[in-house]
Ligand binder design. Structure first.
Ligand SMILES: NC(=O)c1ccc[n+]([C@@H]2O[C@H](COP(=O)([O-])OP(=O)(O)OC[C@H]3O[C@@H](n4cnc5c(N)ncnc54)[C@H](OP(=O)(O)O)[C@@H]3O)[C@@H](O)[C@H]2O)c1
Length: 245
């Protein structure tokens, strides 16, 4: 990040969990945060919880809604310095046992992969106006190796992993850095029912800010720090471990 203050930071899914932790951290640094989400009540609460945060109701899977968010930003802010594409949700599905007669993969793939790519494409012109832009894509350890209970989510996040790499190469001469955030299980409202060990949303933000400051392409958090090495040394063991996590 450059020394310029008062950056404009756009966060999709900024009203809860990891997105809200990003909003808090960038707001505390004196930057202007604009967060979106679908639920207006959650956005209102965010504005109360973090004074100075601007919000806009937007469903990132709906192109008209995304374009309305873009117009709002375009009219109110001169450029976007940091885009955090974070909105996402894990749905469980079991191809061996579930009734798949009404099955449709598009909702999981749209939210966790397609919409994230659309968000990047939509905000690129604003990011190009910034002196030094940064795109942060929130992926998952399951994008490196799939979870047994979430094959679609894992496939979508693996898509983000691949997209982040390609995007980084394409944007390297445009002055826009691409940082992929690869968390393990994180303590957020989305994982409230999970009893396993979780890292905090704040630690995800801390590791991401460190990665951005050092110009690292990926922010590996908690157990995912070891995942690439384990996958290289003992790939089948790593796969089994993550699959049954
Ligand atoms: N928690 C974990 O263990 C974990 C681990 C690895 C990666 N991740 C990733 O981290 C990201 C954030 O997860 P989280 O755990 O912080 O979830 P969370 O607490 O449920 O927050 C999700 C945020 O996304 C928003 N959102 C959901 N669907 C949206 C849509 N269609 N359009 C716009 N906003 C939408 C939600 O607001 P509304 O519901 O109001 O729209 C909310 O603000 C996700 O991409 C997730 O896959 C999470």
């Amino acid at each position: 990040m450059s020394g310029k203050t008062n950056k404009v930071v756009v966060i999709t899914g900024g009203s809860s969990g990891i997105g809200k932790a990003f909003a808090k951290a960038y707001n505390a640094k004196g930057h202007q945060v604009i967060a979106c989400g679908r639920d207006q009540e959650k956005l209102k609460k965010l504005e109360v919880d973090i004074a100075g945060v601007d919000t806009f109701q937007c469903d990132v899977t709906d192109n008209a809604s995304l374009q309305a968010f873009l117009s709002y930003i375009d009219q109110k802010y001169p450029q976007v310095d940091i885009l955090i594409s974070n909105a996402g949700r894990l749905d469980r599905v079991n191809f061996a046992n579930d009734d798949l007669s009404q099955f449709d993969a598009s909702s999981q793939i749209n939210l966790n992969l397609t919409s994230s790519i659309n968000v990047v494409a939509a905000f690129l012109p604003q990011l190009k106006k910034a002196a030094q832009g940064n795109i942060v894509l929130v992926s998952s350890g399951f994008g490196l190796s799939p979870a047994g209970y979430a094959p679609l989510y894992s496939a979508a996040k693996a898509g983000i992993h691949s997209f982040a790499k390609a995007l980084r190469y394409q944007l390297k001469d445009a002055g826009i850095a691409v940082t992929e955030v690869i968390p393990p299980l994180v303590d957020t409202p989305a994982t409230a029912q999970r009893t396993e060990a979780k890292v905090s949303a704040e630690s995800v933000v801390t590791e991401t800010l460190k990665a951005i400051a050092k110009g690292k392409p990926e922010a590996l958090v908690g157990q995912t720090k070891f995942l690439p090495t384990i996958m290289r040394l003992v790939p089948r063991t790593a796969e089994k471990l993550v699959f049954s996590s």
